[in-house]
Write a protein that binds this ligand. Structure first.
Ligand SMILES: Nc1ncnc2c1ncn2[C@@H]1O[C@H](COP(=O)(O)OP(=O)(O)O)[C@@H](O)[C@H]1O
Ligand SMILES: [Mg+2]
Length: 249
């Protein structure tokens, strides 16, 4: 379980998160919605200790992240795959080598054959052919790079996957393919996922729970149906901006 408890975070005098609490139970996918610049990336970076809270706590499977030792933090990071917004593949490494990095933090402790087999298996799970392992990131389309980044994130049988804007920057067809893949992986490997996104359409398809970050706080948390049907005007404006903006021009 990932438990974010009363987290506050400022950069200088800019307050980004104010007393944010969010509990993510095992299984399923939570979409974390919010307009650009509201602190979605800042919030999920707390989960793997890339950012420390000014106040509050983040607990992953019983480990308090801000006070974790280096060793505990490494152990948690091996259980939490992170798909960065820009894919963040290493250009100088082949696809296979990039995926191998996700297997464990100290490199692959298995035999070469086991490593190879796992790389092929990860490629299969993201619908890429085995031959792709030999290619370099620059030879791939944006959608393929995203799939490789996802494969790297779960290659070590991570229990949690954090996706930061996985469909942003992709054309609608590839955005659909990537979100379908996230949905399919959920079923096939049973990970617990958090998908940070402002892409409502794909977020709704993939997620079973939804949280909305608004002005530094969690404005709403619940099921997709509850989110769709709530009367909260802030949620309504986020879901259908056209209703609110109609008549402005
Ligand atoms: N390391 C940092 N130092 C200073 N400001 C930051 C840092 N990281 C994020 N911010 C600021 O925090 C705010 C929220 O950023 P972010 O979490 O990236 O938003 P988003 O919801 O789009 O992911 C932004 O105003 C951003 O400029
Ligand atoms: Mg972001």
């Amino acid at each position: 379980m990932i438990d974010i408890i009363g987290v506050s975070k400022s950069f200088g005098d800019k307050v980004v998160l104010k007393d944010v609490s969010l509990r993510v139970h095992e299984g399923g996918t939570t979409a974390l919605f919010g307009p650009s610049g509201t602190g979605k990336s800042v919030l999920i970076k707390h989960i793997i200790g890339l950012i420390e809270p000014d106040e509050g706590n983040v607990i992953v499977d019983g480990v308090s992240i801000p006070s974790a030792s280096r060793r505990e933090l490494n152990e948690v990071r091996q259980r939490v795959g992170y798909v960065f917004q820009g894919s963040a593949l290493f250009d100088s490494l082949s696809v296979g080598e990039n995926i191998r990095l996700g297997m464990d933090i100290d490199g692959c402790r298995r035999t070469a054959e086991e490593c190879e087999a796992r790389i092929i298996e990860c490629l299969r799970l993201v619908n890429l052919d085995p031959e792709v392992a030999e290619l370099y990131p620059i030879e791939l389309s944006g959608g393929m790079q995203k799939r490789v980044a996802i494969a790297r994130a779960f290659a070590g049988h991570q229990r949690y996957l954090l996706y930061d804007e996985p469909t942003t920057g992709l054309d609608p067809e590839n955005a659909f393919i990537i979100s379908s893949l996230i949905e399919h992986l959920q079923e096939e490997i049973g990970v617990t996922s958090i998908m940070v996104t402002h892409d409502i359409e794909n977020g709704f398809r993939v997620a079973d729970r939804v949280a909305l970050l608004h002005q530094g706080g969690i404005r709403f948390e619940g099921t997709v149906d509850e989110f769709r049907n709530t009367d909260d005007p802030v949620v309504r404006r986020f879901v259908s901006p056209s209703e609110e903006i109609a008549g402005v021009y």
